[in-house]
Ligand binder design. Structure first.
Ligand code: IPM
Ligand code: MG
Length: 372
């Protein structure tokens, strides 16, 4: 029996292409693992009305970790129209399988390193080294939404929040409500992990990205919690920033920042910005990490127009494999993989179209393997 059992979820679009690349590298590293394929993604939404079938949840429960490619997500109406006719009128609603996985497995921490590799022609500036800690299970993405808004919900809100009167006369199908929920527990956990990371890797600051001047209750609670955590780490400063200004500062002076920590939605936003600073989504890796289980995925989406063309940059996926190896405790393999990736980027000979080359996804994976 192999040492590890890894759930293998390519998903759809270019998810399949980059997972093939991941496999080339994992085989070259000789990770002692069995890979078990799981169904997830658009195809299963269309044919089964569920993009994350129960059998896939069961598979994850039987494995040590999961590697995931990408999935297509479309807005409500388009999702409905693509269901097979038998499922059309069943009142099914599409919800993002990755968001569901994060919540069902309590993968509370989304770790997103964004490092400018030397020699990458796509670096916005050199020497950028950012790591985003994104809270992954709550905030605006809890999935508690109303449309139309039930009358009882309007009544309760008017009772407790006089400002709601403004909307009370609006027909309930002419407005929508999405809840933002943040807890001290999750906020404390994500900030603590950011500080622990800063301590371990010698960063002198942790920057929290919020909006407490407007989102006074949720943002306020998160910020107060962050300050409490920060007090336990003398020698590491907490920099408090607002999401809007932070986007500007990151473009202006990205080298001034290191470890960033944010609630779910602001973390989502800021991590794409950080990714672009170091070459775009083709370089952005991520790990959804819980106490005993983790799902690793490149930050990029499924890019359907490139699906199956063996064309997109696999670096994000290969860096994601490195995160998985580290999390499994295979630090030596993880380190070798990152060095090989850095070497291939620096050499600049084998590169995909986004970097100005014409190598394929698999060419890059093979070149990285050759350099291990
Ligand atoms: C990400 C993605 C997802 C998110 C989508 C695909 C649901 O943007 O992982 O950043 O919003 O979290
Ligand atoms: Mg995102």
């Amino acid at each position: 029996m192999a040492k590890y059992k890894i759930a293998w979820l390519p998903g759809d679009g270019v998810g399949v292409d980059v997972m093939n690349a991941a496999r080339v590298v994992l085989d070259a590293l000789k990770l002692d693992a069995d890979y078990e394929h799981g169904d997830i993604g658009w195809e299963f939404w269309k044919t089964e009305g569920n993009p994350l079938p129960d059998r896939t949840i069961d598979l994850l429960k039987r494995t040590d970790a999961c590697l995931f490619g990408a999935i297509t997500s479309l807005p409500k109406e388009e999702a409905q129209s693509q269901l097979v006719p038998e499922l059309q009128c069943k009142g099914l609603t599409y919800s993002s399988p990755i968001v569901r996985l994060r919540q069902e497995f309590n993968l509370h921490t989304n770790l997103r390193p964004c490092k400018a590799f030397a020699g990458n022609p796509l670096n916005y500036k050199d020497d950028i080294d950012l790591v985003v800690f994104r809270e992954n299970t709550e905030d605006m993405y809890v999935g508690i939404e109303f449309h139309p808004v039930p009358d009882e919900v309007v009544d309760v809100l008017v009772k407790h929040q006089p400002k709601m009167k403004r909307f009370a006369a609006t027909p309930t199908d002419e407005m929508a409500i999405t809840l933002r929920i943040n807890t001290i527990k999750a906020s404390e956990s994500i900030v603590r992990q950011a500080f622990e990371y800063a301590k371990k890797h010698g960063y002198k600051t942790v920057t929290i990205v919020e909006k407490p001047n407007v989102l006074r209750e949720t943002g306020g609670l998160v910020l107060r919690t962050a300050r409490k955590v920060a007090a336990k780490y003398p020698g590491i400063d907490l920099w408090e920033t607002n999401i809007d200004a932070m986007c500007m500062w990151l473009v202006k002076n990205p080298q001034d920042y290191g470890v960033l920590v944010a609630t779910n939605m602001f973390g989502d936003i800021v991590s794409d910005l950080c990714a672009q600073l170091v070459g775009g989504l083709g370089f952005a890796s991520s790990g959804n990490i819980g106490d005993n289980y983790a799902v690793f995925e490149p930050t990029h989406g499924s890019a359907p127009k490139y699906a199956g063309q063996n064309k997109v940059n696999p670096m994000a996926m290969l860096l994601t494999v490195k995160l998985m190896l580290d999390w499994l405790g295979e630090l030596d393999m993880g380190g070798r993989l990152e060095e090989a990736i850095a070497h291939v980027i620096q050499a600049g000979e084998v590169k995909t179209y986004d970097m100005g080359g014409n190598s394929s996804t698999l060419d890059v994976a093979k070149e990285v393997s050759r350099n291990l």
